[in-house]
Design a protein around this ligand. Structure first.
Ligand code: 13P
Ligand code: SF4
Length: 368
């Protein structure tokens, strides 16, 4: 069996039945199950989900809000997470033993989270301890595996989201002299820069080569950025900004902090998905916006605000492919399987990993 075949064997594939159902049939099935299950079922949906899925979400939010709501919900037996794998893992860690978390399509991963694995993380830690001794606190973006969250928790660190990164970075500096920020170099760089840390005080750790990329004396390093990125947000460029400025001089540019430093620096505003939504909602009728984030969200904002001129900062942008794996068919299949007692696609973080990962998440939720 080759790698692809063994992966496919482990991944439950969508049965033919759901492929052949009409949109009306799928929507009716989901609605019926939601009514039958009532509060026993909870469907959180991330802002990047497709409209066909988000219409069934009991709550929508950014990563921070969905983590908080998962931690608060004590009554749902079945939590069907419409988002990506690391979000469902976070929900599993924060919910009780008797609550089950499902991901409707197990292939809904995150390319950024895949840029750091636990072996590389342990290797980097050994390497960095030799260079900097016990002066580093690890912080990980929630867009990371449960194993990395657990490692961070065990080493005194915490998780961060794009909503609270600044607060968490400030907190980290009350604990240690320097920090290791995983796995998104851009969120780490943008956040550290915003609190006054110079770009010449930030090193980049390259996990493939196990080297530190830095010109200058090591004692100057305050932040070590893991060399990872979001393959969606890296597609917003300074050229995109220049074109918008030229075509629409009055337009405001708002981007997610997973965009490169240069792009964030040239934009008018930067913040999490919730921040972007609130900024557009609060803006006056007739205002003009170029948004640098995932397309499902940008298209939804365009549809919800016909009185405002909204465009994507990059006109050739695609949606996040992994977020898009969750569709009407997979949601219907997931709910139908729960009703039939044939539960699959359960996200179950083992108790050992969960314990320290929860420490890292709780340190964040206490500050948030
Ligand atoms: P938010 O925390 O802003 O929801 O972002 C999550 C994410 O994956 C962005 O790419
Ligand atoms: Fe991951 Fe980027 Fe998709 Fe967010 S948009 S889930 S960071 S790949």
């Amino acid at each position: 069996m080759n790698i692809l075949e063994s992966l496919e064997a482990k991944t439950r594939m969508l049965p033919e039945k759901y492929r052949n159902m009409s949109t009306f049939e799928l929507e009716s099935l989901i609605n019926d199950i939601k009514v039958k299950m009532g509060k026993r079922l909870f469907i959180p949906g991330h802002h990047y989900q497709k409209d066909e899925v988000i219409q069934f979400a009991d709550v929508t939010g950014d990563s921070l809000k969905l983590a908080q709501l998962s931690a608060e919900n004590k009554e749902a037996e079945h939590i069907v997470f419409c988002g990506v794998h690391f979000m469902a893992e976070t929900a599993d860690i924060l919910t009780m033993e008797n609550q089950k978390v499902y991901l409707p399509d197990m292939r809904a991963g995150c390319s950024m989270a895949d840029m750091a694995d636990i072996y590389q993380t342990e290797r980097s830690w050994e390497f960095l301890q030799v260079l900097f001794a016990d002066t580093i606190l690890p912080l990980t973006y929630v867009n990371s595996t449960a194993a990395i969250k657990s490692f961070v928790g065990a080493n005194g660190g915490a998780t961060v989201t794009s909503s609270n990164a600044e607060k968490m970075v400030r907190w980290a500096f009350t604990q240690k002299e320097r920090l290791l920020f995983l796995p998104d170099q851009h969120l780490g760089r943008n956040t550290a820069y915003n609190i006054g840390i110079g770009l010449d005080e930030m090193a980049v750790y390259n996990p493939i080569e196990n080297i530190l990329e830095f010109d200058g004396p090591l004692e100057k390093v305050k932040v070590i950025l893991w060399k990872g990125h979001c393959s969606v947000h890296e597609n917003f460029t300074v050229e995109n900004v220049a074109k918008v400025r030229e075509a629409y001089p009055e337009m405001k540019i708002i981007v997610h902090p997973e965009c490169r430093r240069e792009v964030v620096g040239l934009s008018d505003m930067a913040g999490s998905t919730n921040y972007i939504i609130e900024a557009i909602e609060a803006s006056p009728s007739g205002s003009a916006w170029a948004i640098g984030t995932e397309m499902n969200l940008v298209n939804r904002l365009i549809a919800q605000h016909p009185d405002k001129h909204i465009v994507s900062l990059n006109p050739h942008m695609c949606p996040c492919l992994t977020m898009n794996r969750i569709d009407l068919q997979h949601l219907a299949w997931s709910l139908d399987s729960i009703m039939e007692g044939q539960e699959g696609n359960i996200i179950n973080v083992d108790a050992g990993t969960s314990k320290n990962a929860k420490l890292a998440l709780d340190r964040m939720l206490q500050q948030a």
